[in-house]
Design a protein around this ligand. Structure first.
Ligand code: FEO
Length: 375
């Protein structure tokens, strides 16, 4: 598919995937890859291994038997690198470009793959007859190897994971989607993939500041034209750790309904304080969905009953995930019900207070049932 003069989309749609390394993706995703054609053929990014043949077919539909000259590898996570061995075997004379970390990871992931690889650094460029490819390392957005590539002649940024959205419904451009829905997918992606790397995002943004970018071509989801300013504004806000002071999320699961009653009590308390509250029941939604929905909440309450001296597994899974994503600038609270021992509240608080160092409000716990005489 032609995107701009001399730029083509040769990636693939993975409409079936629903679990992306633990992140639930309800409408699938894409692994985007692009061809830039002038006197040379330059391929930007690979795709997931199961789709390697499809990517090669897509490339051949555009260039026929013409060889690929240059292969820019912006990121080595397998969703973007799985087709590297087949690309290298199909086009043995191409020259690959990526960061030093990318080279190390490719050697480790794909031993025996022969690539003529040039390590690039910030400020390095690849010049073809009509295009300049400026390499912008973006370490930890998302992996140590990550980078973006800017082409000034087209005002295009191949942003890779930055600005990604897991959308595999066949949409290809931002204008095909309702803007709120698109931003919702972007927020979900940020909350589940990018959240721990706010400082690194800001560092990349300072490198992008002087660039004239009209179009972002991310490695997942739709191409960003009209929506790009909204994405940039949202990323700056999220990366700066800005949250909505008037929003609260209550994440919980329940055994026999008592922890759910406590969740309602906390909801009423939050409402009395003028907060906009959302209940997120892990018995009905996936922890990654909860993560997406609480991205901008200043107040977060997490509740679990005690089961066999532990938290409920659903809450423990959420907290493991939440902890890894390192949310900051929140006011948290632990709550839960129990029958005799009551460890769950202590374990919930330990993650929120001791590990994440969040400001805490008082615990809320109850024995057996709300209003129980034995409580
Ligand atoms: Fe889409 Fe970090 O890979």
């Amino acid at each position: 598919m032609r995107i701009r003069e001399s730029i083509y989309l040769v990636g693939v749609v993975d409409s079936e995937i629903r679990n992306f390394h633990g992140y639930e993706v309800p409408i699938g995703t894409t692994y985007n890859s692009y061809l830039v054609i002038d006197d040379e053929v330059t391929l930007v990014d690979g795709v997931q291994a199961d789709f390697a043949t499809e990517q090669i077919d897509n490339i051949k539909k555009i260039i026929g038997d013409r060889p690929i000259d240059n292969f820019i590898i912006n990121h080595v996570e397998p969703d973007h690198s799985g087709s590297i061995p087949l690309i290298a075997a199909t086009y043995p004379n191409l020259k690959a470009f990526g960061t030093n970390n990318a080279l190390r990871e490719i050697e480790a992931y794909y031993p025996g793959t022969k690539l003529n690889f040039e390590v690039v650094r910030a400020g390095d460029k690849l010049e073809t007859s009509d295009h300049t490819f400026e390499f912008i390392p973006a370490p930890m957005v998302h992996w140590p190897d990550s980078m973006s590539t800017y082409v000034p002649e087209k005002k295009v940024l191949f942003s890779n994971d930055i600005f990604g959205q897991h959308i595999g419904d066949g949409s290809r451009f931002d204008h095909e989607l309702d803007r709120d829905k698109l931003l919702e997918r972007a927020a979900s992606y940020y909350a589940n993939i990018v959240l721990p790397f706010g400082m690194q995002v800001l560092r990349v943004f300072s490198a992008l500041e002087d660039l004239d970018i009209e179009v972002a071509l991310p490695s997942h989801g739709v191409i960003l034209e009209d929506a790009l300013p909204d994405f940039i504004e949202s990323y700056k806000r999220w990366a700066n750790g800005e949250v909505n002071e008037a929003k609260a999320s209550i994440v919980y699961d329940t055994m026999w309904g008592t922890t759910a009653k406590l969740a309602l009590m906390i909801r009423d308390e939050y409402k009395e304080r003028g907060l906009d509250v959302e209940l997120l029941n892990l018995g009905t939604i996936h922890y990654s969905d909860a993560m997406a929905r609480l991205l901008e909440s200043k107040y977060i309450a997490v509740g679990s009953p005690t089961l066999n001296n532990q938290m409920l597994p659903s809450v423990a899974a959420f907290l493991t995930y939440f902890k890894g994503l390192k949310p900051k600038n929140r006011v948290a609270r632990a709550f839960g019900s129990f029958g005799w021992s009551g460890e769950s509240i202590k374990y919930v608080r330990a993650v929120l207070e001791d590990e994440l160092k969040l400001e805490m409000e008082d615990d809320l716990s109850v024995k057996w049932n709300v209003d129980s005489e034995q409580a």
